[in-house]
Design a protein around this ligand. Structure first.
Ligand code: NAD
Length: 320
């Protein structure tokens, strides 16, 4: 495993100002998370490159900054929830990024970035005396709103201790280890399972409907039986059977998480037979419907293989 050129645990994080917090990336997850920080009494300085996203958090009381560097000149602690590894790299290390700020001491990546990029960013920040915590989250937009996320935290022990009360605002904090990157690996494994549950449940339900079963009854039975999983318990009732496809996670981002997991498996020379098949399902849906559709829409690209539609608008009692 690569080791950072500078020992991140040697960076002093004592007396870190956690009252004033920078937050970059006010999207589906960033908006509810930053809102919870404000509700918990923190002063939030926010930035998003999309002015509409930035306005949404300003409306809830955040101060706005014009760039990541400006955020990092206003707060010692900067959090980010960004879509892709390239965005995290640009925001952390770019010309107008966190590193270019004047107050930054700690950078926390809440995004799903992958362990390799995380380690590279952490090493570069450490060379400049900035500590990085790797802290991806799971639990979706509903969990972000409710403060019930699983927050995975990998950072040196002193930094974990300083950050746990802040990250606890988002949900339950799990200490994953010392080295940034470990929490990312945990998150990728979790999301591969989530992606597998959606793909496998969609395929199974489409088969059942083609064979004449009622999908509402199918999900009831699966949830009372041994086929129960996160897709059958959460995604199907809330966003698929009613054909709303509005769970709040872009399909392109779920496909990115599956790709990152398979890339890690490849790098570890570890074959993932099931993961490889799951990746094909997401790649197919991405090719058919593009990255911006909701991830629960995967089933729409399986239905044509059987010539059926699963569920109906309005749900069980809705219009056919
Ligand atoms: P999103 O696309 O809704 O939000 C990302 C935000 O970042 C957008 O508002 C975008 O304008 C902003 N942004 C992008 N590049 C930027 C840059 N260079 N500078 C400033 N702002 C920039 O994504 P999301 O669903 O909120 O997900 C964020 C991260 O959390 C992703 O890594 C995702 O994989 C992960 N995640 C999402 C969910 C979910 O259910 N949505 C759950 C767990 C983890």
């Amino acid at each position: 495993m690569d080791t950072p050129a500078t020992d991140a645990s040697a960076i002093d994080v004592s007396a870190l100002d956690t009252r004033r917090i920078g937050f970059i990336g006010i999207g589906n997850m960033g908006l509810p998370m930053a809102s919870r920080l404000i509700a918990a009494g923190h002063e939030v300085i926010a930035h998003d490159r999309d002015p509409a996203a930035a306005r949404a958090i300003a409306d809830r009381g955040a101060e706005l900054a014009a760039s990541a560097a400006e955020v990092a000149s206003a707060a010692e602690l900067v959090l980010a929830s960004l879509p892709r590894p390239e965005a995290v790299r640009a925001v952390a290390l770019g010309a107008d990024g966190v590193l270019a700020g004047t107050r930054r001491r700690v950078f926390v990546d809440l995004s799903t970035t992958g362990p390799r990029t995380t380690r590279e960013i952490a090493a570069e920040l450490a060379r400049h005396g900035v500590a990085m915590a790797d802290s991806p989250v799971s639990g979706g937009v509903a969990g972000a709103r409710a403060g019930s996320l699983a927050v995975m935290l990998a950072a040196p022990a002193a930094l974990r201790a300083a950050l746990t009360p802040v990250l606890g605002v988002f949900g339950r904090v799990f200490e994953i280890g010392e080295a940034p990157g470990l929490a990312q690996t945990m998150k990728l494994v979790n999301n591969l399972l989530s992606a597998t549950a959606i793909a496998a449940t969609s395929e199974a339900v489409v088969l059942g409907v083609k064979a004449g079963l009622d999908p509402f009854v199918m999900i009831d039975v699966i949830n009372a039986g041994s086929g129960r999983n996160t897709a059958s318990v959460d995604k199907f009732p809330r966003s698929i059977l009613n054909r709303r496809f509005d769970h709040g996670f872009a399909l392109g981002l779920m496909a990115k998480d599956v790709d990152l997991c398979l890339a890690e498996a490849e790098a570890q020379h570890f074959p993932m037979w099931i993961g490889a098949a799951v990746k094909q399902m997401w790649t197919h849906a991405l090719g058919q419907g593009g990255p911006d559709q909701d991830f629960t829409a995967l089933i729409k690209h399986i239905e044509p293989w059987a010539g059926v539609t699963v569920g109906r608008q309005g749900g069980r009692d809705g219009d056919a």
